[in-house]
Write a protein that binds this ligand. Sequence first.
Ligand SMILES: Cc1cc2nc3c(=O)[nH]c(=O)nc-3n(C[C@H](O)[C@H](O)[C@H](O)COP(=O)(O)OP(=O)(O)OC[C@H]3O[C@@H](n4cnc5c(N)ncnc54)[C@H](O)[C@@H]3O)c2cc1C
Length: 321
Amino acid sequence: MSTLVFLEHHGDELLKGSLGVLAKAATLGGGDVAGVVVGSGVRTLADGAGKFGAAKVYVADDAQLEAPLPQPRVDVIARLVRDTGIDTILFGNSVLTADVAAGLAARLDAGINWDLVDLVQEDGKLVGKRPALQDSVYVDVGWTSEPRIALFRSGSFDPNETGGSAEVEDVAVELEDFSSAARMVDQAHEESEGPSIEDAPVIVAGGRGLGGPENFTLVEELAKALGGAVGATRAVVDAGWYPYATQVGQTGKTVAPKLYIACGISGAIQHKVGMQSSGVIVAINKDTNAPIFEFSDLGVVGDVHEVVPKLTELVKQRKSS
Ligand SMILES: Cc1cc2nc3c(=O)[nH]c(=O)nc-3n(C[C@H](O)[C@H](O)[C@H](O)COP(=O)(O)OP(=O)(O)OC[C@H]3O[C@@H](n4cnc5c(N)ncnc54)[C@H](O)[C@@H]3O)c2cc1C
């Protein structure tokens, strides 16, 4: 098996999601694992990938690849796969990689499995694990031909460092005419403070139990004190209390922080599937029978308006002492 992992970057950092996929690929054994970095001024990023299990990192560094557009990336990876005979191409899911993987599948006439949360070797075959039926069961999925392509849900794997180093190889960049037909007109970054919800080690999430958008300051203050990010349920996002980018769950983001504090959240299955892999789950809810207590490590039965400010105060005191 020869595996290639697409290493997505933002600015001068490789994304945690793709490094997690790389680390997972390195544990599968049965062949060398390579990464590919595509962009402009990205050569220095390649060195860092060795620590996460890449034996080799291919680098396509060209000014034409500056904008995060999918088609030029499809050109680069398709050529690389054809030249090297790589049989497995893996992606951590994102807006960009969903397009790149789909374009690559069409270009290489390759089978693609998406929304996977795990990949294993069974009887010499690669088997993907894909949640189905509102994430209540896992379906085994496979490929009938090579190359095979897989996209993994964000947060599926930890980017564990194994300490190796990678050989870095430059690849030629030759783009198809049609790949330059699209150009990026503008790129805007959301203004936000603190860590992003995908990367935060701590998430404090708020639900309808907060009572109104103005009470989100309670979770924001606790998140700030803990150095974490703020999450939200769909109910409050739909009500316009908080931005969609913070929604956790089936139709939002899948997160796996070390600590997840749910404030005034009932624990509906659609929310649970987005945060159940968190290390420690703490729930604050005034209803003893709230479903969230069934999958929490610690539960506080109480009013968020009383409990959360006290908790924030205690965290601040502990930090200053
Ligand atoms: C197809 C589909 C996809 C969905 N996708 C998502 C998704 O991605 N993410 C998501 O979150 N939901 C999703 N939902 C919605 C989901 O089913 C729930 O409706 C939603 O998660 C409920 O949000 P909530 O917990 O904030 O509100 P509620 O269910 O209304 O719960 C509020 C909780 O707050 C408690 N409470 C009230 N007042 C207080 C107080 N003062 N102090 C403490 N506790 C208090 C209550 O006891 C209650 O448990 C989806 C639904 C569908 C059908």
